[in-house]
Design a protein around this ligand. Structure first.
Ligand SMILES: Nc1nc2c(c(=O)[nH]1)N[C@H]1C(S)=C(S)[C@@H](COP(=O)(O)OP(=O)(O)OC[C@H]3O[C@@H](n4cnc5c(=O)[nH]c(N)nc54)[C@H](O)[C@@H]3O)O[C@H]1N2
Ligand SMILES: Nc1nc2c(c(=O)[nH]1)N[C@H]1C(S)=C(S)[C@@H](COP(=O)(O)OP(=O)(O)OC[C@H]3O[C@@H](n4cnc5c(=O)[nH]c(N)nc54)[C@H](O)[C@@H]3O)O[C@H]1N2
Ligand SMILES: [Mo]
Length: 724
């Protein structure tokens, strides 16, 4: 048979879960994908692809891929399974869920996932429609803190304007390249996070954008920046407040914008007074002169934009850090202007319309979600607080949680304090995992349902992007009996556990319902391939009445202005102004620990080849990054008697793990960068796939929570490193 081509857009279920949305051409032969190429005509990536997508065929047809539904027959973790049919699986699982609901309540069933994925909204709808407020995602430590800070401060979401919403991109006359881009705690080239395709930054540099990079490491972008601020991990809050101090003192802010469109400037000015360049330099290790230079350059280059990253969410002061950075965008008048930080949303609101189902959730039940004390989990994302679930399982406080329905997540490697998480998994009455591969986490499930990968089903994408279709190119292995899309799994479970809300005959009907805001059905959309939302092409939407449901000019906040002083926080009794807090242990907060633990740890800088814990069994990807790597400065290594390539222990007060030292002058002499989410498929289930060997989350902290959001420090902690 000849080879046919299917044009599509890649996403998760196949080692490339990042959120960029690249156009691809899939070559299909005998109902199998045999090759993937970048689509040169697709406006997002223009033909470029990363190694994770290029390895697609090794993922789809890997010998270890889960093919059939499995039911546990041995002890938890013993790896003894029985193959069952899909209908047995759905009936047994839903029967048990309903039993638990009857015995306890719907709250005793937690339904959630890891990072944001293709099916996020349907999956959340499953939880709401069933009646449990315990809808969780990794989002509580990823984007949600920054997103909620945006929501309460500006009423919407902001992203750097790289002409991504114009069909003719950089050639559109309405667009202007940012004169300055601050890359703050982000490595977009490797990560393309949150609907943003990282290489656009390089496209802008070619069009004149100058860079300021805030990163403890000299990244590729830092090495090409005008100013690189080599910050101590987890002190970004202090730096942002210090830059606000300089910009306000030197009167470099946009007076007209501040006057007309912001609320609480006076209070903010008072708050940042104490964050003098000298103090902030002592806190952050950033030389005072460089900080002043960066503040001046950012404030006087117009337009300027800030591209931020997830390390900002990884402290116990995440929301305030984000709010301080949003204040920088706002007081310099860079909001929603060409080349600034522009308002974004899913095209045609296809994700935020009626369908996601929060309206199905009774308010009093919602108010009883786990971790309800973290008020900002209830803005836009409507999630509960994941660490509170583990505690509720173990302590039955404030009420018991007996069942966990877990889509696409590997908590035993991805989250802090994993040994406690394991105790929680073992205590469940029902644990269902939906995944493509057996992992340390799925090993403890009662049922494992095999998920299809993105080339194996039809769906769509609209995350801060034009509306596009993701097109089925091939059957999953084993056809009908084999993996099903998460959509199909959700629909089948929904039909059984919340039938009144899942009256769809098939997934195609649900998709049409979800995209109806575009005025198209899936088949029409597929023919168009890409549909641009005119709302996303407008600038200064706040002047045009495009941001508020009442159609009035202004922002969708209680005061109608950008709230530098947050009335919502005030209402909740939380500090309405951003402030600084040291990480839970640090040279400043716990100086007594420095003697034993002299180095500052940051974790999780993304690699080219892996998406979190995925890809370790994929030959092409593992070849690029065969071992877990901790980066350490050559002088520090020498003092510790460590040579490049040595296995070393990284140890905090909480635990230790082993990684391979890579000496590099690109990191700060007092900072080490450790990779996260390591496990070793080749070590086998009998050794729990080596889940405790190199797992940096044995070292990270969960003892102190951000009062707004419940984040905690997985960066900026104190450690010692020694030869193993
Ligand atoms: N290849 C790949 N891509 C991914 C992912 C993946 O696992 N692999 N994961 C996806 C997900 S879910 C996310 S959230 C995003 C995250 O993607 P990013 O936001 O880019 O986050 P990181 O790669 O963790 O870190 C970015 C940079 O922050 C620096 N850094 C570390 N600690 C600090 C700090 O305390 N302060 C400052 N200023 N800088 C710091 C690091 O040196 C690194 O250069 O990537 C997404 N894309
Ligand atoms: N120390 C430290 N820890 C961190 C971070 C850090 O920087 N440092 N980063 C944190 C962040 S930002 C995040 S988002 C979390 C991520 O945490 P998780 O989302 O829990 O981590 P993943 O490894 O992405 O888990 C993914 C599992 O989902 C499966 N999967 C992939 N695609 C699909 C799909 O389409 N359907 C289904 N059903 N399964 C799928 C994969 O096979 C894999 O087993 O980790 C966090 N953990
Ligand atoms: Mo993330």
């Amino acid at each position: 048979m000849s080879t046919r081509e299917v044009k599509s857009v890649c996403w998760c279920g196949g080692a490339a879960g990042c959120h960029g949305g690249c156009g691809v051409i899939l070559k299909v032969k005998d109902e199998k994908v045999v090759k993937v190429e970048g689509d040169p005509e697709f406006p997002t990536n223009g033909g470029r692809l990363c190694p994770k997508v290029l390895a697609l065929t090794q993922v789809l047809y890997h010998k270890d891929r889960l093919i059939y539904p499995l039911k546990r027959v041995g002890e938890r973790g013993e790896n003894k399974w029985k193959r069952i049919s899909w209908s047995e699986a759905f009936d047994e699982i839903s029967g048990k869920i309903l039993e638990i609901k009857n015995k306890y309540s719907a709250k005793a069933v937690a339904i959630g996932q890891g990072t944001g994925r293709i099916y996020s909204n349907w999956r959340a709808r499953l939880a709401y429609s069933f009646g449990t407020p315990n809808n969780f995602t990794a989002c509580y430590i990823c984007y949600c803190p920054r997103g909620s800070a945006l929501a309460i401060t500006t009423g919407g979401f902001l992203e750097v304007d790289c002409a991504q919403f114009f069909p003719d991109r950089y050639d559109d006359p309405r667009w202007q390249a940012p004169k300055c881009i601050v890359i703050w705690a982000n490595e977009p080239l490797r990560t393309s996070p949150d609907g943003f395709y990282g290489p656009w930054i390089v496209d802008c540099m070619k069009r004149g954008s100058k860079l300021i990079v805030v990163d403890p490491k000299c990244t590729w972008l830092a090495s090409r920046s005008n100013i690189w601020l080599q910050i101590r991990p987890a002190t970004d809050d202090a730096l942002a407040l210090g830059m606000l101090n300089i910009i306000i003192n030197e009167e470099l802010y946009d007076k007209e914008f501040v006057e007309k469109w912001t609320y609480g400037f006076k209070e903010l000015s008072e708050r940042v007074k104490k964050y003098t360049p000298d103090l902030v330099s002592d806190i952050t290790w950033v030389p005072k002169e460089k900080m002043i230079e960066a503040a001046r350059m950012f404030a006087t280059s117009k337009p300027a934009a800030i591209k931020w990253g997830v390390p900002l969410d990884h402290t116990s002061n995440a929301v305030n850090t984000a709010r301080a950075i949003i204040c920088l965008m706002a007081i310099t008048g860079n909001i929603d202007v060409p080349g600034g930080n522009i308002f974004v949303k899913p095209s045609f609101d296809v994700l935020f319309g009626e369908r996601p189902g929060f309206e199905l959730m009774p308010r009093d039940v919602w108010e009883d979600r786990l971790g309800k004390e973290f008020k900002l989990t209830s803005f836009f994302f409507y999630i509960c607080h994941l660490p509170s679930i583990w505690e509720a399982i173990l302590t039955e406080k404030p009420y018991p949680v007996k069942a966990l329905i877990l889509f696409g997540s590997n908590p035993l490697v991805a989250y802090a304090n994993p040994k406690r998480i394991l105790e929680a998994l073992k205590k469940l009455d029902l644990f269902v995992a939906i995944d493509l591969f057996m992992t340390p986490t799925t090993l403890y499930a009662d049922y494992i349902l095999p998920a299809a990968a993105w080339p194996e089903f039809d769906t769509y994408r609209a995350w801060w992007a034009p509306l596009t279709t993701i097109n089925k190119a091939a059957e999953p292995p084993a056809g009908e009996e084999g993996p099903k899309s998460d959509y199909a799994i959700i629909l089948e479970l929904g039909r059984r556990i919340a039938p009144e809300h899942w009256k769809f005959n098939n997934t195609a009907e649900v998709i049409n319902e979800m995209i109806k805001g575009s005025g198209l059905n899936f088949e029409e959309l597929k023919r168009r391939r890409i549909v641009w939302d005119p709302w996303l092409m407008e600038y200064k939407k706040y002047e045009k009445g495009l941001l508020r449901p009442d159609g009035k000019p202004g922002f969708y906040t209680p005061t109608g202005k950008i709230e530098l002083y947050s009335t919502i926080c005030h209402h909740y009794g939380l500090d309405p102004l951003p402030d600084y807090k040291e990480p839970v242990e640090s040279p400043i907060r716990t100086p007594e620990l420095v003697k034993e633990y002299p180095l500052v740890l940051t974790t999780g800088d993304r690699t080219w080849s892996f998406f979190h814990s995925e890809g370790r069994q994929i030959p092409w990807l593992r070849e690029i990054n065969p071992d877990p790597v901790v980066e350490i400065h050559p002088e520090t290594a020498e003092k510790l008697g460590i040579k490049d390539g040595d296995w070393v222990w990284i140890e905090s007060r909480r635990g230790r793990c082993k990684q391979k030292a890579k000496t590099t002058p690109l990191v700060h002499p007092r900072v080490v960068h450790a990779q996260h989410a390591w496990w070793f498929p080749e070590k086998g289930p009998e050794n729990l796939f080596g889940v405790w060997d190199s797992n940096i989350n044995l070292v990270t902290d969960i003892s102190e929570f951000d009062p707004y959001m419940g984040t905690h420090c997985i960066r900026g902690l104190l450690v010692k490193v020694y030869k193993a």
